[in-house]
Ligand binder design. Structure first.
Ligand SMILES: [Zn+2]
Length: 499
């Protein structure tokens, strides 16, 4: 593989990246009060004295946050700590009415995870080169409340006023922090996608970056290959999609190398990604960085999580994607790549498994889902969970083809029609009068016509060019308007051509 670091200058550079992810936990109510977490409500509709930070209001921990936080931690291979402490993180910002955020600091909810992800570098067109496993150490996953939101657009006099919406204040977050274990932007990209899927899989978070319920920050630096010491790092924010994150990292790495190779110095700073200009720019320098003066939150007890609670939760967890992928390869004989694609989403994996069992043909089910069904889903912008073709109906289609009731080619058209109408395959076959022709007399007549029309090819075939069989099969199927059973066509053709 071409080493991207060597593209600039002659000396090799190594990229070092650490990531922080903030994922909103999928609770109905906020972490320390009963206000709704609904997205899109009228500004400040979902607030109360606690999340407005009024004097005397006390936080009460939402038990559901602990359950979902624990599911997230287990899905990412973290250890859940018996005791954790909520702490005040003090800073002033208009969207933070209390003047502090309740978070966790030196005793987090969970820590010491190791996650194996699959990752690959990409070529210029963005296609993965070679998938390989990579271990990422997760330092911690802790629980905290979100801040509110400053609004600078779409309201009167925004040139003179800023508006504050506190609906988001107090929404529960899991902050997931890694060690600086990533060595390329694509590793970071694959990790974030892995985490997103894991959180969705166990129902801990919707993990949708576009809705803002998964946010990502990257710490990026470079060093000369072989150096122990880390280079000066910058923190990247405002990464609104996984792709933007990857681009922002790539941009920074290039910038760092150019500055260092021209003898310049880098500043430790926070930079924002501008997805219009496709570049990063400075948000604030290290000199303005906060000292958060953390101390334990006096209004909340230490959080104790019992071993029984964790065990019970572990038993209620669904089979995780990696182990399901492995089982698909062993139980259904799928390739690594095919199984990976089918476990990219839990609903899709469920769909496949239902179809594989019901059709009795796991391989064909995989092919039909991965090629035909996924294309229809993608074209219509819907997920497997919303497919108008049920897994049972797809299985029935696979059986009809296996039983040679219709050809595979006809099956493709039938599936499109099933997708459009929601009807089962047999109804569409009946309506359209689609039947596969297996009748030998009928097929023989077609073969005779095709042979008569292609004397040159016949001569070549008989003089040893046996690859021309495919040509004849194609012609016969075409003459039958796709209705001839390819197996019968093959057998009869062979006999006639050799005869
Ligand atoms: Zn509230």
């Amino acid at each position: 593989m071409q080493n991207r670091q060597s593209a600039i200058g002659n000396r090799q550079w190594e990229t070092v990246i650490g990531l922080e992810i903030h994922a909103q936990l999928s609770t109905e109510s906020k972490i320390f009060c009963g206000c709704a977490t609904r997205f899109g409500d009228e500004p400040n509709a979902n607030t109360c004295p606690t999340c407005l930070g009024l004097p005397g209001a006390l936080p009460v921990l939402n038990r559901r946050v602990i359950e979902l936080g624990a599911r997230a931690a287990l899905a990412l291979g973290l250890h859940i700590n018996h005791q954790s402490i909520f702490a005040r993180k003090n800073y002033f910002y208009p969207d933070l009415p209390k003047g502090f955020q309740i978070s966790q600091y030196d005793q987090p909810f969970s820590s010491n995870g190791e996650l194996e992800i699959m990752t690959a570098e990409r070529d210029d067109a963005g296609h993965p080169l070679e998938w390989r496993p990579k271990k990422i150490r997760i330092t911690r996953l802790h629980l905290e409340e979100d801040a509110g939101k400053n609004v600078h657009e779409g309201l009167p006099d925004v040139d003179r006023y800023s508006y504050i919406d506190l609906n988001r204040a107090g929404v529960p977050l899991a902050e997931i922090v890694t060690e600086p274990d990533f060595r390329s932007s694509w590793e970071a990209y694959d990790y974030v996608n892995h985490v997103r899927r894991a959180l969705q899989w166990v129902g801990a978070s919707e993990a949708d970056m576009e809705k803002g319920n998964l946010r990502c920050e990257a710490n990026v630096s470079v060093r000369r290959a072989g150096d122990e010491k880390f280079g000066t790092k910058v923190e990247l924010k405002n990464l609104n999609s996984v792709r933007f994150m990857q681009r922002a990292i790539e941009f920074e790495v290039k910038r760092h190398i150019e500055v260092l190779e021209s003898g310049g110095r880098l500043a430790q700073e926070t930079r924002l990604w501008d997805d219009r200009a496709l570049e990063t720019r400075v948000m604030r320098s290290k000199e303005e960085a906060h000292d958060y003066r953390y101390f334990p939150e006096p209004d909340l007890q230490p959080l104790i999580v019992s071993e029984e609670f964790v065990e019970e939760l572990r038993r209620s967890m669904p089979e995780l994607p990696e182990s399901r992928r492995q089982r698909f390869t062993e139980q259904y004989g799928l390739s690594y790549a095919d199984a990976s694609q089918l476990v990219s989403d839990r609903a899709l994996a469920d769909y496949y498994e239902t179809a594989a069992e019901a059709s009795g043909n796991p391989r064909a089910s995989s092919n039909w889902i991965r090629s035909e069904l996924l294309r229809e889903l993608e074209d219509n912008g819907i997920s497997a969970a919303e497919s108008p073709v049920t897994a049972q109906n797809l299985a029935a289609l696979v059986r009809l083809i296996d039983d040679a009731k219709i050809s595979g080619k006809q099956g493709k058209d039938v599936l499109v029609e099933m997708f459009r109408t929601g009807k089962p395959a047999h109804a569409i076959i009946e309506e359209q009068g689609l039947v596969q022709v297996s009748d030998t007399a009928e097929i023989d007549a077609l073969i005779d016509d095709v042979i008569a029309a292609n004397p040159d090819q016949l001569a070549s075939y008989r003089s040893g060019k046996e690859a021309l069989l495919g040509f004849f099969v194609g012609q016969v199927i075409k003459a039958s308007k796709g209705k001839a059973n390819p197996k019968v066509v093959n057998e009869r053709l062979r006999a006639k051509l050799n005869g």
